[in-house]
Unconditional design. Structure first.
Lengths: 300, 267
């Protein structure tokens, strides 16, 4: 593996936020070895060297190579004294081996020095959640989001916490903030629809599933020709589920969403689309799971 | 005009002991200035949590308003967020010093002379100004004192008379050819022209170039102006904006079933 290709690969990981820890670890080890051979700044420009070191640190904590992680952290903290970013890394290293109480005390100390340090605050919340102090985690996360409103990941985390506690209405509320901040992402809309379905708000769920379909198929010239793939298939399935249940007995909506007038047609179209996805291109060759889907659709 | 026939002969010592030293000193002072500026730079002051919250409160309603014409969230959720924000802006929940109590006179923007935070920003501006002004004044005095009236070089191309005041500052002769450059003018040419060289030596984001700072005044730093915002007024205005957007609001799920059915030709 050549040095330049390894560097390039790591740069893509950095920009895409990919968590391929094993691969990152191998690439970064190659880079660090050649950097040692050629002297400090010989092979790798120093600005990139530190970024790679940070990546290597996170990856090695991830795969449990704490010895490598310690080396990286030592170099980083010698170079960047008092850097809040290195403080976060130190905290992550402590989380790997120390008890939660020690880590929490460390984070408290940092937060006392600088209450507006969002990265430390978020780590603290994640530790709280992991140790089962859900109530405290929700409280702190709400405070964090009250200050740093534009943190989409924070809202998604809050949604996740609420969902695991079966608080679907609260989860929907948290998710709606994430939707406002990132309206272009159909995955969040899909999550909203599925959460609404789980909460029992069928008309809202149906509408939101159709919004996902609308978002995904907007740019296709003739959507009827191709079977739905990816999240639009999932959305069609959701639409089918909702419309079928709505036809059987009309449930009322907690958000006062009206049931669509053309429910029959939507149900037919959804059936058609879901079947189209499972029929495959060739008529004779069945797609995996086809029988289950056909029997599910037939069993209304 | 017969002065083109008269040729001056410059002592090579002028080149070695005046022209080169002036250029070299100016370059070195520029580089020194760059490093002094790095030393003088104070890290940006950390804002307390309440101040961050106050600054970012407007982002909330801006995010909500930006999508209101095609909002991704259903009416009930939109209204609850919108109402909540309106009430919070009205009551001043997001203000740094807490909500306004009854009887409190609404404060105007803080006076920059009494606000320590604004004072710090102004001091930083003054410091950079001093670092710029002092060496330039010293160099100019040095040139004026030792090399007054020196002719340093002859430009290799002819120029019109209009350039006389630019190129022969400090030499009051009506007859000399415009191509001769005086010492003081050479200083000014360097003063404005060395930026390209600094960029080569120190990189694009250097603070060695002093001609750029001439345009900035000592007191008008952007951070000082930004700190003096009156958030309670901004929040009041934002409340009206929110009401406007609520009128514009339309859920993207409104009529979505018809849109989808139409695309498949079922309607």
């Amino acid at each position: 593996m050549s040095l330049s290709s390894a560097l390039e690969r790591l740069a893509t990981f950095r920009t895409n936020n990919t968590r391929a820890s094993q691969e990152t670890f191998e690439h970064a080890s190659v880079i660090m070895k050649s950097a040692q051979k050629l002297g400090d700044d010989g092979a790798v420009p120093s600005a990139r060297r530190w970024a790679v070191l940070e990546q290597l640190f996170l990856a090695s904590v991830d795969i449990g190579r704490l010895d490598v992680a310690d080396q990286c952290l030592k170099q980083l903290s010698e170079r960047f004294r008092d850097s809040p970013r290195v403080d976060v890394l130190t905290g992550i290293r402590m989380e790997a081996s120390e008890s939660p109480e020690v880590v929490l005390r460390y984070y408290d100390q940092l937060l006392d020095a600088d209450p507006a340090n969002a990265a430390i605050w978020k780590r603290r919340i994640s530790v709280l959640r992991r140790t089962g102090k859900i109530e405290k985690a929700v409280e702190e996360l709400s405070q964090l989001l009250d200050t740093f409103y534009t943190d989409v990941d924070g809202w998604l985390e809050l949604t996740d916490i609420y969902t695991t506690c079966n608080q679907y209405i609260l989860a929907l509320q948290a998710l709606s903030h994430a939707l406002v901040l990132a309206p272009q992402n159909p995955f969040y809309v899909l999550q909203f629809a599925e959460t609404a379905y789980t909460a029992g708000d069928l008309p809202l769920a149906l509408k939101t599933f159709l919004v996902v379909v609308d978002m995904c198929e907007r740019d296709l010239d003739s959507p009827a020709q191709k079977p739905p793939v990816g999240i639009s298939l999932r959305a069609w399935m959701g639409a089918k589920l909702c419309s079928r249940r709505l036809m059987m007995n009309s449930s009322q909506s907690a958000s006062n969403t009206a049931v669509p007038k053309n429910l029959n047609r939507i149900e037919e179209l959804a059936t058609e689309r879901v079947l189209a996805a499972y029929m495959g291109q060739k008529r004779d060759k069945a797609v995996e799971g086809k029988d289950v889907v056909v029997s599910w659709i037939g069993a209304r | 005009m017969s002065n083109s026939a008269v040729s001056l002969y410059l002592d090579p010592q002028i080149r070695d002991w005046v022209l080169f030293p002036i250029t070299l000193v100016m370059i070195l002072v520029g580089i020194l200035r760059h490093y002094v500026m790095i030393l003088l730079q104070t890290p940006p002051k950390k804002l307390p949590l309440e101040a961050v919250r106050e600054q970012r409160a407007l982002l909330r309603s801006q995010a909500l308003r930006a999508t209101s014409a095609n909002s991704p969230i259903p009416p009930m959720y939109y209204q609850s967020i919108s109402r909540h924000l309106s009430e919070a802006f009205e009551a001043g929940t997001y203000l740094k010093d807490g909500p306004l109590r009854d009887g409190d006179a609404p404060k105007g923007p803080p006076n920059p002379m009494t606000d320590p935070a604004a004072m710090d920003g102004m001091m930083a501006g003054m410091k950079t100004q001093m670092v710029m002004m002092v060496p330039q004044m010293v160099i100019m005095g040095w040139i004026n004192f030792f090399f007054q009236g020196f002719v340093l070089i002859k430009l290799p191309f002819p120029l019109t008379l209009g350039f006389k005041s630019m190129l022969q500052r400090g030499i009051e002769t009506p007859d000399m050819d415009v191509r001769w450059v005086s010492s003081l003018s050479w200083y000014f040419l360097n003063f404005f022209g060395l930026n390209g060289l600094y960029r080569l030596i120190l990189g694009g984001d250097n603070s060695a170039d002093s001609s750029r700072d001439m345009t900035a005044s000592a007191f008008g730093g952007a951070p000082a102006a930004g700190a003096a915002q009156d958030f309670s007024k901004l929040f009041k205005a934002e409340k009206d904006n929110l009401e406007f957007s609520e009128g514009l609001y339309n859920w993207v799920g409104e009529g979505v079933e018809d849109r989808v059915l139409r695309r498949y030709g079922k309607i």
